[in-house]
Design a protein around this ligand. Structure first.
Ligand SMILES: N[C@@H](CCC(=O)N[C@@H](CS)C(=O)NCC(=O)O)C(=O)O
Length: 249
């Protein structure tokens, strides 16, 4: 039995939910409410000591880290629709995109998301309550990020992140001159990765960077990503709305 512990179908959770839907792999969905800090509860830390989603449970084997989960799905379910090229050169190209997106793009977009949504959650708690939640967070980096969200991220950090997003959008816009997807003719994990961390939110979050004049190929790519049945099925998943306005337990 395959189980996925996940949040709403975007960013990290979206990467794996879309992969599962695109690969037509049935799974049991377990929604984790990040804005109630469920990911830091003792029972969840047994699944992922880092206190983060998503977590894949395949007959008791626990897999974390979205890019590793994605390739695990490809290896463990080889008879399902593939999201990884067959050719060694194209696999390397896909992985280079994934490395760049995971290490540079994700954090740049994430800081803007946290400035709005995690900040709203953090500010909705009184100081004692907030400190109680923070004390349970296993990763020092994440404790710092939640505190920063409550204080507000420095404008210089937000501006630097915006420049990284601008650079990423340009790289993708340029790449799409050579083919419909990031790795030529095939829709791969690299497309899912960029879509979930950046491309899908670009027009809404960074309208001056991602618009039909500046990035026509990229926005056409977004439309084609949306048109894929697996993506549409993942985005249509019925998950509780709790972002920033959840009543605490
Ligand atoms: N590198 C990890 C990142 C996972 C991650 O950042 N997950 C976020 C959700 S988008 C999370 O659980 N955040 C809650 C927290 O850190 O408190 C991966 O690829 O799986």
């Amino acid at each position: 039995m395959l189980k996925l512990y996940h949040a709403a179908p975007f960013a990290n959770s979206g990467k794996v939910l879309i992969a599962l839907k695109e690969k037509e792999i049935p799974f049991e969905s377990h929604f984790i409410d990040l804005h109630r800090f469920e990911q830091h509860e003792p029972w969840f830390l047994k699944l992922n000591p880092d206190g983060q989603v998503p977590v894949l449970d395949h007959d008791g084997f626990l897999v974390t880290q979205t890019t590793i989960i994605s390739e695990y799905l490809e290896d463990a379910f080889p008879d399902t629709p593939t999201l990884r090229p067959a050719d060694a050169v194209d696999i390397a190209r896909m992985r280079l995109w994934n490395k760049y997106i995971d290490e540079h793009v994700m954090e740049a977009v994430s800081i803007h998301g946290w400035q709005v949504r995690a900040r709203a959650t953090a500010l909705s708690l009184d100081e004692d309550e907030f400190e109680r939640y923070i004390a349970r967070i296993p990763l020092e980096k994440q404790r710092k990020k939640w505190r920063q969200a409550r204080e507000g991220f420095p404008q210089a950090d937000l501006d630097a992140a915006t420049e990284k997003v601008r650079d990423a959008a340009k790289r993708v816009e340029d790449q799409l001159q050579d083919g419909p997807w990031l790795v030529g003719d095939m829709f791969t994990f690299a497309d899912i990765n960029f879509y979930c961390y950046c491309g899908g939110a670009l027009e809404r979050m960074f309208p001056s960077i991602g618009n039909r004049d500046t990035c026509p190929r990229l926005l056409d790519w977004v439309d084609r990503v949306h048109a894929r049945p697996g993506v549409a099925a993942a985005l249509a998943m019925d998950v509780p709305q709790s972002v920033g306005d959840a009543k605490r337990k």
